[in-house]
Design a protein around this ligand. Sequence first.
Ligand code: KG4
Ligand code: ZN
Length: 346
Amino acid sequence: MMRILGIETSCDETSAAVVEETGDAAKPWTIRSNIVASQVPIHREWGGVVPELASRQHIRDICGVVDRALEDGQTSWRELGAVAVTQGPGLVGSLLVGVAFAKAAAAAAGIPLVAVHHLAGHIESLVLENGEMPLPAVVLVVSGGHTSLYLVERAGTYQLLSRTRDDAAGEAYDKVAKLLGLGYPGGPVIDRLAATGNDRAIPLPTTRLTHADRNAPELKGDLDFSFSGLKTAVLRHVRSHDTPVVADICASFQRVVVAVLIDRLFDAARRYQAKSVGIAGGVSANSRLRAELRERGVRREIPTFVPSLQLSTDNAAMIAAAGLRRFRAGRVATMDLNADAALALA
Ligand code: KG4
Ligand code: ZN
């Protein structure tokens, strides 16, 4: 059974993992190790990710993180069959650290290099832990940088159905947290405070798009997301109230975000006659999103897939898994591989 080293440096976590094939078609991979060095404490001081600081920190951390992943995974370089790395999308300086390292490692070890799309990694995080999803599946990838719906008709193929026209859902969490003075990252704090507030206290708008986006005419557009209006509505509420109730704002904001995400996901599931649905990415850690997904899945009698909390945020195990899938499909990268900050998923 082949083992692969995964490397992820697309944003503010430096991560390396060893994932191994199981030989079981229903649950194809198992995690031997998954090391994540988070840079959150470094960026917190600035209220968000500072790209230049991120790439410098990746350079400091990458060697130690890879060593730890191999050690924890009780795997030597000689036992690895390939190296998988996130090629994009992400911060270009950060991506370059992982890509350069992976190329050098693959060349030195004399093994193949596999280029992975970051969102393919998030989608495969669901399979890594839970086994293959019944197909066709619709997966919502929802993080600080992305809010996109993908249709998986055959394993390893990902068709973009819709995405956000402005802010990502996680970005909306982070911006709302910032304007409420709650710090960075915003998701976990708002999630916690929301539990103590009244989710109907503040009327906030939901945006329902009906027309195709001029920037993406190939998509119908009616499954697209938009969160910038919601953020502005929260800002307006805060400015027009002398003593805004933070917990009520958090609860009301979270109710609307989750309702929009779940509605679009299940709209898409119905339209494409999905046999399963999933959520992945940092925001899939959200307690209300997980609960409503489960509830709606039960009501619609459709299996729902969520990653564990460790696999919901950025990590290399998911990149290794997607890398094994791609390697088995014969898609190996060449040594002129370059990072691509705006890589499309194909
Ligand atoms: O996938 P991720 O680790 O990095 C990106 O690729 O962006 O996602 C990070 C995002 C941040 O915006 C953070 O606020 C959000 O995920 N997040 C959450 C929660 N935990 C993290 N959002 C809502 N609820 C949470 N519990
Ligand atoms: Zn991510």
